[in-house]
Design a protein around this ligand. Structure first.
Ligand code: NAP
Length: 246
């Protein structure tokens, strides 16, 4: 009998996992539906929230899901918490696939913070021209700061601080391209989430090269006791082992 896996997605890892699991398993990928034109994984895809823990638990049961892999972005903490809770209730195997975070290197001037509000406080004395790469939904935290913001996001923000220039782009980015962008806008400081993504790491190399400070938002913690792997290969192995396919 084909086993069915729900992959909670919205990341490159989720797309790769969906690809690598077929044809051994039936994979349903789930997207939140935030991005207007998302990069779609191969195979079956569903889009939109489940309706909290209750909604997800019902959906998992109705769709006869055998295991759940949460391959959402490391900052999608609400989804991860719901998935941990719903799978515990139903006694389903649950795995979090989370790529490693970024690590500081010699020459870096990083300021670690725990919240977007703290990022706004810490950025205050670090410069007047700020490159914000934390996503369009976190801009409200910077609204009170009298600074120039360069904002890069996949879709245009609904609201933005008054002196803002928006660049719509989803990467991957190159170090040379990032250096050019930082120079063009005379950026003093960068704000980023510790996404750990290789697609967006070039800005950190560019900042090192130009000697710029970077405010780095620490990842939210995972729910206690959940199984976690760092790579698509490990997630595949876990699924095959837990689902008796190999
Ligand atoms: P979140 O705050 O953890 O989730 C908020 C709600 O959105 C969840 O409670 C759930 O709604 C719904 N949701 C989130 N991910 C979902 C998924 N993969 N499938 C179905 N519903 C989902 O998440 P977020 O930070 O808004 O991220 C939303 C999506 O964007 C995720 O898929 C994530 O991988 C991707 N993403 C996020 C970031 C980021 O910086 N946060 C960056 C890049 C990509 P219900 O409670 O109704 O089920």
């Amino acid at each position: 009998m084909t086993r069915t896996v729900l992959v909670l997605g919205g990341t490159g890892e989720a797309r790769r996992l969906a690809e690598e699991l077929r044809p051994g398993l039936r994979v349903i990928s789930s997207l939140a539906g935030r991005v207007r034109e998302p990069k779609l994984p191969v195979g079956e895809v569903r889009v939109g929230g489940f309706g909290g823990v209750e909604g997800l638990a019902a959906w998992l049961a109705d769709n006869h899901i055998d295991a759940v892999v949460d391959a959402t972005h490391p900052f999608a903490a609400t989804m991860t918490a719901s998935a941990a809770e719903a799978t515990t209730r139903l006694g389903l195997p649950f795995l979090v696939l989370r790529r490693p975070g970024w690590a500081e290197e010699p020459g870096d001037r990083w300021h670690w913070v725990d919240s977007i509000q703290e990022a706004a406080n810490v950025v205050q004395p670090l410069g007047d021209r700020v490159f914000l790469t934390t996503g369009r939904r976190d801009l409200h935290a910077f609204a009170e700061l009298d600074k120039f913001f360069l904002v890069r996001s996949v879709d245009a923000p609904d609201h933005q601080p008054s002196r803002t220039h928006v660049v719509l782009d989803r990467g991957p980015f190159t170090v040379d391209g990032e250096i050019d962008l930082l120079r063009e806008h005379k950026i003093d400081v960068i704000v980023t989430k510790d996404s750990g993504s290789p697609m967006t790491a070039a800005k950190l190399v560019a900042a090192r090269h130009l000697g710029l400070p970077v405010v780095v938002l620490r990842r939210p913690p995972l729910p206690e006791g959940v199984a976690e792997v760092a790579t698509v290969a490990e997630a595949r192995e876990w699924l095959m082992r837990d689902n008796g396919e190999e």
